[in-house]
Design a binder for this molecule. Sequence first.
Ligand SMILES: NC(=O)c1ccc[n+]([C@@H]2O[C@H](COP(=O)([O-])OP(=O)(O)OC[C@H]3O[C@@H](n4cnc5c(N)ncnc54)[C@H](O)[C@@H]3O)[C@@H](O)[C@H]2O)c1
Ligand SMILES: O=C(O)[C@H](O)[C@H](O)COP(=O)(O)O
Length: 376
Amino acid sequence: MKIVVDDKIPYLEGVLEQYFDEVVYSTGSHFTRELVKDADALLVRTRTKCDAKLLDGSNVRMIATATIGHDHIDKGYCKKNGISWVNAPGCNAYGVVQYVLSALAHISNVGNGSLEGKTLGIVGVGEVGRRIAAVASHLGLKVLLNDPPRARAENSTDFVDLGTLLQQSDIVTLHVPLIREGVDRTFHLADKHFFAKFGKPMVFINASRGEVVDGGALKLAIANQRVSYSVLDVWENEPCIDADLLRMVSVATPHIAGYSLEGKSNGTAMAVNEILRFFGFETDTKWLPQQLPMLENRIVFNGENGIEQGIKDCILSSYNIVTDDAALRKSPDLFEHLRGNYRVRRELSYYEISNVNDEQVAARLKGLTFKVNYNG
Ligand SMILES: NC(=O)c1ccc[n+]([C@@H]2O[C@H](COP(=O)([O-])OP(=O)(O)OC[C@H]3O[C@@H](n4cnc5c(N)ncnc54)[C@H](O)[C@@H]3O)[C@@H](O)[C@H]2O)c1
Ligand SMILES: O=C(O)[C@H](O)[C@H](O)COP(=O)(O)O
């Protein structure tokens, strides 16, 4: 049996070789019909468009993507052609949480004031959005949630309509999948009408998919100050991103929000286990990547400038978004290289915070998923 694998999926060395006769590694964007035609399975990331153009006439029976998003897989085509597919739900959700928390801490530090009492509007409350909602109160934020599919399915009063959210929030963050058609379409969800509904100049964050935002409408909203501060991790037409938009946004990163080490290793593990299960390979235990790289994991809490500042400093010590912003601005043409050669980044739960003498501070840091060494 043969499997074709994206060569940027980490921690895989020698694993699939134990089960498949042939394992071929290739650049995700370079998969060709020729390469996959006699493959039984594909292990991909977002860079491999799995559609008729790639798959027509192939033997592929199973596609696993080591990512949360699956808009690069033509699900209709797969269904019609008996190809099973799986993604890795939630794998890097805490990586995106860390990204958003770092963005919030940075935004607050550069003159947008305390986060305490501000309202964070979360659009799309799935694996990522609900984790952000769960940690937000530990930064003193109130949340408003918008998720029409969940609101319908759960008949719940936890959600508000998009207009209310945009009217009442100080910060809006998008965590929807890219859906191109239908009642829950998210393609260009953030268009000129969306920005016109803002009740006040607002902070805008997008770490979902680039095509969820109409870049032209965002540029206009920044120019006319409907958007007071903007953070973009994802872009239309990646990796060829809009140079004007890059100049205009406040923080720009190359689609790395979910690129924590934990996120990547979870994605690899989930995809590998699904492949092994699909092909009926006997495994004693669920496969997990071994020997993950370590970093220094101690952070000393400093409350001298207030508790909120101390908490924001802990978040920024774990991951400071400005590093990725600087790298992209320096070399926008290296968008894909910056992603492919991303450094090791550990999630908040990896870090242990010391010098915490206050029970409430300890509870807030734990709520943000840090480990806390509390001297109570
Ligand atoms: N930048 C990154 O590195 C990165 C990392 C992970 C995920 N993502 C993107 O973020 C998306 C969300 O991730 P997730 O794990 O939370 O996905 P998820 O599927 O668990 O949650 C998505 C939520 O959005 C809701 N939704 C669907 N249509 C909606 C609409 N029109 N309006 C409002 N809500 C809507 C769904 O009901 C669901 O609850 C992914 O699909 C992926 O594209 C990006
Ligand atoms: O959908 C996801 O999981 C994320 O967008 C993920 O970070 C994408 O990573 P890629 O497959 O492009 O490396």
